[in-house]
Design a protein around this ligand. Structure first.
Ligand code: KG4
Ligand code: ZN
Length: 385
């Protein structure tokens, strides 16, 4: 099955074309095209993602991303095909909500011959609703013009699947630590497409805490890579630490998280310290990262012990954190040798559409695609279920 996937939940406009086969028994994916158009530079100026700016950028970037994906995948781009008049009308109705998309769509996409694609997968949520709608409307218009079914995908299910590309199979029960800018959750899955959120953050997400602490330290958005770089620099200095930050909920008798107090502790420490030297920032970054990782590791270990999971999956933007990957690998190697660790490779840690295609494939296997795209609406806070 060839899948065209569209992801616009936050600040990346992503389009992938993925070949999927093997079913639930032996899933196999090959990426024909993967386009990620990042809006980072734009949002960095504001210190975080601005929903309406994100929406506008998705509107500008989607048509070029689709054309690039089709071209990279060497799928049809025959611009002479005729468009049915009724289709144009339907598309106009759908895209009236996205005027910036409508014109380039009618100019180019509506003139392209239907490519050899079996399914469109689009992120429905969770995420920023104005941003999600752009992708959904685009998917609806493509579905209308090419008569291809659309399946709606949960973004966190995408992160759950993202490590599949490197290792192919999950053995169940599988536990996933999903850590992104909007979410921090431990998800137990007993079979494909079945999820139980066994632990989650009570306030800020881990990635959000990285971003907020980076801001306190005067570092640019997104904070994760900046903090992790400074933390490495601190380790290389080999100096004894003076600063001690709390490990929120480390000893709580559950699998939940809380990172807002940790961020506040960084703020108070900085206020007390006054002007920060580079070395102060390196130490604070290191100590903050240690606090986050210690809690993430301890709660993951707790659920692994209680659930007997055969697989541990890491997903979400924070999974790009080198130290987190190393420590999870060590935990599994030393304490859970029967469990297999699955890490997303390269760009698949961050938001991308390949993971949406993979999740969409499984949803389609469960007969979830629909040709009535008006049924799909954005769901900003869609929980995994
Ligand atoms: O999954 P993602 O790309 O977008 C959301 O769905 O939220 O995650 C983005 C988050 C940001 O908060 C960013 O600071 C964090 O992932 N991040 C990291 C690292 N790289 C990105 N956090 C810690 N260490 C990193 N190396
Ligand atoms: Zn994400």
């Amino acid at each position: 099955m060839r899948i065209l996937a569209i992801e616009t939940s936050c600040d990346d406009t992503a389009v992938s074309i993925v070949e999927a086969s093997g079913g639930f028994e032996n899933p196999s994916f090959s990426v024909r095209a993967e386009i990620i158009s990042s809006q980072l530079a734009l949002h960095a100026e504001w210190g975080g993602v601005v929903p309406n700016l994100a929406k506008r950028e998705h509107q500008k970037a989607l048509v070029p991303a689709l054309l690039a994906a089709l071209s990279n995948a060497k799928l049809s781009a025959n611009k002479t095909a005729k468009t049915e008049p009724h289709t144009t009308e339907a598309i106009q109705k759908i895209l009236a909500r996205e005027p910036e998309l409508l014109e380039p769509f009618l100019e180019t996409v509506s003139r392209i011959e239907k490519p050899d694609i079996d399914l469109i997968a689009v992120t429905r949520g969770p995420g920023l609703e104005p941003a999600l709608w752009v992708g959904i409307n685009f998917a609806q218009a493509l579905s209308e013009i090419w008569r291809i079914p659309v399946v709606a995908v949960n973004h966190m299910e995408g992160h759950f699947m993202s490590a599949l590309l490197s290792q192919k199979k999950y053995a169940f029960p599988a536990l996933a630590l999903l850590v992104s800018g909007g979410h921090t959750e431990l998800v137990l899955s007993r079979d494909w497409l079945s999820y139980e959120v066994v632990g989650e953050t009570k306030d800020d997400a881990a990635g959000e805490a990285f971003d907020k602490v980076a801001r306190i330290l005067g570092l640019p958005y997104p904070g994760g890579p900046q903090i992790s770089r400074l933390a490495d620099e601190w380790v290389a200095l080999g100096i004894q630490k003076k600063i001690a930050l709390p490990r929120p909920m480390l000893k709580s008798n559950d699998s939940h998280f809380s990172f807002s107090g940790l961020k506040t502790a960084v703020l108070y420490t900085v206020q007390k310290m006054g002007e920060l030297s580079l070395q102060d920032k390196q130490e604070l970054a290191h100590e903050f990262q240690e606090a986050v990782l210690e809690v993430l590791l301890s709660k993951t270990k707790r659920v692994l012990e209680n659930s007997g999971a055969h697989t541990l999956i890491l997903g979400g933007g924070v999974s790009a954190n080198k130290e987190l990957r190393l420590r999870l690998a060590k935990l599994i190697e030393t304490e859970f040798p029967e469990t297999t660790l699955h890490l997303p490779q390269g760009k698949l840690s961050m938001d991308n559409a390949t993971m949406i295609a993979m999740a969409g494939y499984f949803r389609a296997l469960k007969n979830e695609p629909t040709l009535s795209p008006e049924k799909i609406s954005a769901q900003g806070t869609w929980a995994l279920d």
